[in-house]
Design a protein around this ligand. Structure first.
Ligand code: NDP
Ligand code: OXD
Length: 309
């Protein structure tokens, strides 16, 4: 039986080594070099091509190589009998917490403006709010959103969070479901998206949403590019409905050279680096799920296809 990696844009040698360090007996295939399609029972995927996952008659389960599994849930070529899991790790949490905290601090303290002023040799102080006066709202309070909200609250920000179901997070004001979305947005000056991409969340960062936010609001999107309606962002920035956007993810990646987001003072772009899966941190989860799939056990960190995450 074999474990197949399909991640055309990644160097998979460190993944192969990490798996074999745990169990050298596991047979590994790296797409597209597959010894025997019938032997593939478990696949680990990232940016996999369409029409690939229906080629393995004995495929039992697939894992995302990252925390998001939208690329698998939305793949109509993945048979419905195949279970889907994802990876969850302290290092993913730590990196996302750092990324969001850095973005919030940079926005609050005008560091982006000061960097631009350095280039121009310009000495020009700007006012900044105290953390205790800044309202930060996090959409999505899952594995990544919850600890991020907690950290920002500990740093003194006024933090709100929005999710589907109720939860208690110290220092965080919780809003639940579509009925409380407007109230959540009305309370927010820096809006952070850490939602999974689903039918309900696609396009949620749109003009109506932006108009509900406080004046001079910023958005930070580190979830998926498809959460954002690109042309609504440009309109909102040009009409001063928003002050700025900090973006790590895009509908098309790499972001095309001619995209309207490039070369704007009020959009900060990072190339999908907020939180990167480290092979050595999650190889044990992959091996455990591979063994579970082979023996017909329920996988760890499964995603619910019906919910979409
Ligand atoms: P989880 O599945 O653990 O959490 C998802 C959260 O979103 C939950 O709190 C859930 O609510 C909430 N949610 C889902 N749908 C809705 C909805 N319709 N309305 C309100 N709340 C909703 O996800 P993670 O925290 O692990 O990851 C979030 C996303 O971050 C990933 O899906 C991925 O796309 C992205 N990501 C980006 C990375 C990057 O480098 N840029 C790295 C890693 C992940 P409830 O708790 O009630 O179920
Ligand atoms: C992920 C990602 O989902 O890197 O892990 O976006």
């Amino acid at each position: 039986m074999s474990l197949l990696f399909i991640a055309p844009d990644r160097d998979l040698s460190s993944w192969e080594n990490a798996i074999q360090d745990i169990d050298p007996n596991i047979e590994i295939d790296i797409w597209p070099a597959i010894q025997d399609k019938e032997r593939v029972q478990f696949a680990v995927c990232w940016n996999h091509p369409k029409h690939v996952l229906d080629q393995f008659p004995n495929l039992k389960a697939v894992s995302s190589l990252g925390a998001g599994a939208d690329h698998l849930i939305n793949d109509e070529h993945l048979p419905s009998s195949v279970d889907i899991s994802r990876v969850v790790s302290p290092s993913l949490v730590q990196q996302m917490r750092e990324y969001i905290t850095a973005a919030v601090l940079n926005i609050q303290r005008n560091f982006v403006q000061y960097l631009r002023q350095n280039d121009q040799g310009r000495w020009q102080p700007h006012n900044h709010p105290l953390a205790t006066d800044l309202q930060v709202g996090i959409m999505g309070l899952g594995e990544l959103g919850r600890p991020t909200a907690k950290q920002l609250a500990q740093m003194g920000y006024q933090v709100s969070g929005w999710a589907q179901s109720d939860k208690k997070i110290k220092g965080v004001n919780i809003f639940i479901g579509p009925d409380q979305l407007d109230a959540f947005l009305n309370d927010t000056q820096i809006l952070i998206c850490l939602l999974p991409l689903t039918d309900k969340t696609e396009g949620i960062l749109n003009l109506d949403t932006f108009k509900q936010l406080k004046n001079n609001a910023w958005i930070i999107n580190a979830a998926r590019g498809e959460h954002l309606v690109d042309e609504d962002l440009i309109y909102a920035l040009d009409s001063n409905i928003l002050q700025g956007a900090w973006l790590d993810v895009f509908s098309e990646e790499p972001l095309p050279d001619k995209h309207a987001f490039w070369n704007r003072q009020n959009i900060i772009i990072t190339p999908h680096v907020a939180s990167i899966t480290k092979p050595s941190e999650v190889a044990d989860q992959i091996v455990e799920n591979y063994k579970r799939a082979l023996s017909g056990m329920e996988l760890n960190y499964t995603v619910d296809r019906a919910k979409g995450y």
